[in-house]
Every structure is written in structure tokens, then in C-alpha cells.
Design a binder for this molecule. Structure first.
Ligand SMILES: [Mn+2]
Length: 319
């Protein structure tokens, strides 16, 4: 009988000595927190770990331990017994070339995971990949240090939007209870995560909401920005993380689309929703993916046509 997926992952980590730990491009708090929590735990066991992420860490998360050790690369080589992909529904998500040459360990909570690893543990009931990493750290017998606890908190607090959405469960709060027991202060970590933005970010927030479009009786909001707007607000791309969620603060709004112009005719589309409204199905129409309440894709304009198509696609999701 083959081992349970969870046991297969833990055994694969225990049996090996050197790792590349990575996650998706444009890393969010879960990608960063999960990667560093696991890296600290593997190092506690005397293993060698490189943490590789293609893109920079968003500014508010740079106060967390170990951020400086992350290697920002678009290709990896060199010896390692395994590459651990966290938070990646398919092996292209890190946008890091060369990973396919390694023994791949796949740990994820995104619906639609393609089970690309040599070992795979997929659990969509987790509110964050960090919950899965917490279970792995326990199975490896590693005590939760403050560093580990801080990164698990980063993963959980961001993927649940401050414990407001996603499959939040007793497991989520049990992990938080144990995080607090290590002596880290959740309120202080939350301030680092949610209240450490630049003035440019706050100005950008105003500009985005000022130009917000509403459709379907205020149930669907559209936000958009480009490099010009960032410059006018004194903001950078680092300042845009999470802004897509802003309109959901209104009672009526059940879904949001945020368009980021990448170049003349290419747009990054981020989608968020509340409750049963499935934006993953909408993103899938343009070859994207994600979760029911958080999804995205990259697609081609013109923007007016693209918006009209998304407004129409969201109508089905709202029904
Ligand atoms: Mn996640």
C-alpha cells in the first residue's frame, strides 16, 4: 500500500539533506510565510536550504525574519536533493526555470492542482498553505520557534484577509493559539502586515476608489491602474498588494476585478469575491486559476472589450 500523501511528503523531506524551497511568482504573504517557516524548520534538522522566489517581497513583509536570505532568481541550478513547491497549482507558477530537474515535492491548497510532484500533498480545506506547513513541521518534530511562528502567522493572516475569508476552521485558530504561545505578539505582527504601508499606497487607495466602476446593481466593482497612476500617487507596484479587496468592504459588493496594465495591450486581471460567488471559473475563461474567492489571469486588451467581457462573465458567477 502506498503511504498517505501527507506521510509521503514528510518522509521525502526527512530522508533528504538539501532543498530548494520555492513558491509562486509575485509572492503573497502565504507564499513567503510558508516558504520561510519550512526553511527554518528544515534547517533546525541540520538540512541545507535555499529559498528561491522570482519576485521581490512586498514592502510590508520585509520586517519578517529571514527575508534577506531569499534568492530572487528566474532560473535555478546547482545541487539539491529536492525542490519543494509550496502554494503552486502547477510547476510553472514559480516562473523559475530548471526546477523540473529536481525531485519535486508539491504542497498546496489551490483547487486544480495538477499533482505534478514526485510526492504531492494537496488539501483544499486549508485556509492557507501555511496550515499545511504547520502540520509538516509538527510531523518533522521541529519545535515552533518565534521565527517559524511569525511566518506561519504571516501566511494565515494574509490568506484569510485578517481572518475574514476562505476555509477558516478550528485548525486555523489552533495554529494561531500555538503561534501566540511562542511569545510572538499577533497584534504587532498584524500591524507589520496591514499597517506599514507607504503614503503612496494610501494615496493610490484613494485614486483607485475614486475611479471605481460599479455594475450589476453595485454587486460588481472594477478597479484599474497603470504605471502612470502609480507615478502620480508616488506609489510603486509594491504598494498594490491586496488593494483588489477594498471594494468588498461595501455590503452590496460581491465581486471585484482589478486590471493592471502590463504593457500597451496586456493586462493582469485579479478577481476577488465573497461567499459562493466563484471567480475562479471566470479567471479560467482566460486561462487563469486560483480559488473560488481569489483568482487571476493575464490577458490581452483592448481594455474596453476586456471589461465588457468580464462584466458579462461575472453576471453568471453572481447568479
Ligand atoms: Mn495560499
Amino acid at each position: 500500500m502506498s503511504p498517505r500523501p501527507f506521510d509521503a511528503v514528510v518522509d521525502a523531506l526527512r530522508a533528504r539533506a538539501s532543498f530548494i524551497v520555492t513558491s509562486h511568482a509575485r509572492p503573497d504573504g502565504d507564499a513567503i510565510g510558508s516558504s520561510l517557516a519550512l526553511a527554518f524548520a528544515l534547517e533546525h534538522l541540520g538540512k541545507r536550504v535555499r529559498v528561491v522566489l522570482r519576485d521581490p517581497v512586498p514592502a510590508p513583509y520585509r520586517a519578517f525574519p529571514g527575508i534577506d536570505r531569499i534568492e530572487h532568481l528566474s532560473a535555478v541550478d546547482g545541487p539539491a536533493d529536492a525542490a519543494v513547491l509550496l502554494e503552486c497549482s502547477d510547476p510553472s507558477r514559480p516562473e523559475v526555470a530548471g526546477l523540473d530537474r529536481y525531485f519535486l515535492v508539491n504542497v498546496d491548497h489551490h483547487l486544480g492542482n495538477t499533482m505534478y510532484g514526485a510526492v504531492n500533498w494537496f488539501d483544499e480545506s486549508a485556509a492557507a498553505c501555511g496550515e499545511l506547513v504547520a502540520d509538516i513541521i509538527d510531523a518533522l518534530g521541529v519545535p515552533w520557534t518565534r521565527e517559524i511562528a511569525s511566518h506561519l502567522y504571516l501566511a494565515l493572516a494574509t490568506d484569510t484577509g485578517s481572518f475574514r475569508f476562505g476555509p477558516i476552521s478550528a485548525r486555523t485558530f489552533d495554529i494561531c493559539r500555538r503561534i501566540a504561545e511562542t511569545g510572538v505578539e499577533p497584534a504587532r505582527l498584524s500591524r507589520d502586515i496591514f499597517d506599514s504601508f507607504s503614503i503612496g499606497r494610501v494615496k493610490l487607495t484613494g485614486a483607485l476608489l475614486d475611479a471605481m466602476e460599479l455594475h450589476h446593481g453595485n454587486r460588481f466593482a472594477i478597479l484599474e491602474f497603470d504605471d502612470d497612476l502609480l507615478a502620480r500617487c508616488g506609489a510603486s507596484i509594491d504598494d498594490t498588494e491586496g488593494l483588489v479587496n477594498l471594494p468588498l468592504a461595501a455590503r452590496e459588493v460581491s465581486a471585484v476585478a482589478l486590471f493592471k496594465r502590463q504593457d500597451a495591450n496586456t493586462y493582469r486581471l485579479s478577481l476577488r469575491s465573497k461567499g459562493d460567488v466563484d471567480v475562479r471559473a471566470v479567471a479560467a475563461r482566460w486561462g487563469g486559476g486560483g480559488h473560488r474567492n481569489a483568482a487571476g489571469c493575464t490577458t490581452q486588451g483592448p481594455l474596453a472589450d476586456l471589461k465588457a467581457a468580464v462584466v458579462q462573465a461575472i453576471e453568471d458567477a453572481l447568479r
